[in-house]
Design a protein around this ligand. Sequence first.
Ligand code: PMP
Length: 457
Amino acid sequence: MECGARVVTVERSAAAFEAARRVLAGGVNSPVRAFKAVGGVPRFIASGEGACLTDIDGNAYIDYVAAWGPMILGHADERVEAAVSRALARGWSFGAPTELETHLAERVTAAFPSIERVRFVNSGTEAVMSAIRLARGFTGRDILVKCVGCYHGHADALLVQAGSGLATFATPSSAGVPKAAAAQTIAIPYNDAAAAREVFARHGGEIAALIVEPVAANMGLVPPGAGYLECLRRLCDEAGALLIFDEVISGFRVAFGGAQELYGVRADLTCLGKIIGGGLPVGAYGGRAEIMARLAPDGPVYQAGTLAGNPLAMAAGAATLEALREDGVYAQLEARSAKLADGLAVAAKAAGVPACVNRVGSLLCVFLTSGPVTDYASASRSDTAAYAKYFHAMLERGVYLAPSQFECMFVSLAHTEEHIERTIAMAAEAFAEVGGRSHAKPAGGKASKAPSAGGGR
Ligand code: PMP
């Protein structure tokens, strides 16, 4: 079937979801896959190839989720498949060092000048959790500062929401997170330099680290304002705190060297995931040798993993990074993504649907609000009911978007000009269905990855 054709039936997916619900919690292994924010039948995927996904009913979609980021080359890329097959044939887990780990580490450290040593783990969550422990072990301090609307995985200290006042400690945003875990975290608004200055003025000497997504990609897509990352860098330097960039999404995505290359600001510790595993389970964290030397076995900060540095994941990651080094790769992503973003903005406008399209490289988000969207509060003004309508109108037409307003569209190297044009044409129809009413909503909607918002991965 043609990729991006009208959906015929979803009977098999509906039955598969019923079967899954009988044995899997909520029918899924990560909440967003259940389509709770938009309703309807989650599509069970049979296969992926290039920019296309085929579900078990045989419908074929142009995919803009890309497994939530890793599939920047497209699905079932032959180079990655060959590398994984070669590794597979030699045995796939040893619990002992392999050269594949060094090969991937060499590629990561070459791309990120701020990373002299790296440690591989199994997920982005694990990378962030471990980086925070290391920052605390290195500085001898406990307080962590994070930004509201940035998602860093589901470790206790990060499943928090802002306290009642600026520069006060956070409260848990998920059941099961002890108050004590949240009590060491302060949440400040993203892109608000004054708030960051205030928190450092009040708590500077106690802050172990500030963690931020340098390009916020978990409240839709919100680029850093001019000078914001530089301000965070300066505040951390002055306070002797570590600056942690969570580049799990932005790493190798917005540029080969991530947001650090794009904006010219270096982190002390960087968290990576997604693309560096080419779609297999991987996370990583790294930084200056002096900081990483605090990790066991050289130092006193403990962190370990039975499957860490898994040969298949290392091979997939190395093959992916190799492919991304080819000439013109990021220029192609930029051109196709710019065309898509412009086309979607024009289509929404023509249909009279208030929309604000934010984009950094091949990450973009169509916020259904007139915008501008610069932080969590402005992202929260999006009309989530209108998004659900838009999402289903696109899905019916064979375009697979994230089933939540507060996620990015991911453009891959497998998206052709034709895919982009077709997507824009489908969006014109979808926006017409959504209609031209005013969808502005007062602030206070949920843009959080907190489970209470039905979000999260
Ligand atoms: N950090 C960021 C910026 C993320 O986007 C995510 C997940 N999307 C994570 C951390 C957690 O990664 P994982 O889902 O692999 O645990």
